[in-house]
Design a protein. Structure first.
Length: 209
């Protein structure tokens, strides 16, 4: 039997096709499906109830997230206070003290997350150039001693780049940080193109274009 047939049977019975397979369903004739619908076995009733409860929880979580987004707070605050969607307009019209505090907490959390993302992006951009220099030096290394020395030196440079990213995000505006990320990525692309062009010239047997 095709997977599509089993899926259609599962839809008619209000369960998943996986549940049917777990209970030995390899065929799903119209007669068999109708018999199960008319007189559901215990496992089918239990599976339907589990699926109903799962969907109810998913709807509840979705509604809670949507309510929290409308209020500008975390879903945790909505859950703790048992707030429903029908209460949002009233709360926004006359915000209680707790709502203002939760909104401020959410803004602070969003700010921290935005800073963390900028730090990661800037650190990645700065470390890309470090790794490129490291790789180029390793290619020129004459032996294990030189490779180990280069590794130690460039590992220190990578750490410095991470610290620089942290400091710059604290000192600069988000727009300035994004501009710096753009410059670093642009420089990395330019360097890659330059090296590729050099390799192509050598492959063609000359130093001219």
């Amino acid at each position: 039997m095709s997977a599509g047939e089993l899926k259609r049977a599962a839809q008619l019975l209000g369960v998943t096709s996986t549940t049917l397979r777990q209970h030995g369903w390899q065929t799903a004739s119209a007669e068999r499906v109708e018999a199960a619908r008319a007189s559901p076995p215990g496992w089918l009733s239990e599976a339907r109830e589990r699926l109903r409860q799962k969907k109810a929880r998913q709807r509840q979580l979705r509604d809670r997230r949507e309510t929290a987004a409308r209020l500008g707070v975390q879903a945790r605050a909505v859950k703790e206070r048992g707030i429903g969607a029908c209460e949002v307009e009233g709360l926004l019209a006359a915000p209680p003290e707790w709502l203002g505090a939760e909104q401020a907490r959410q803004r602070a959390q969003a700010g921290r997350e935005a800073k963390d993302l900028l730090r990661r992006d800037l650190a990645d951009a700065l470390i890309t150039s470090v790794h490129d220099g490291w790789f180029q030096e390793l290619k020129r290394a004459a032996g294990d001693g030189e490779r180990d020395a280069a590794g130690a030196r460039w590992a220190s440079e990578a750490g410095r780049a991470r610290r620089e990213a942290w400091q710059l995000v604290e000192e600069l505006t988000p727009g300035q940080v994004r501009a710096r990320i753009g410059r670093e990525r642009g420089a990395a692309r330019h360097a890659a193109v330059y090296r590729a062009a050099g390799l192509l010239r050598r492959a063609c047997g000359g130093g001219h274009g």
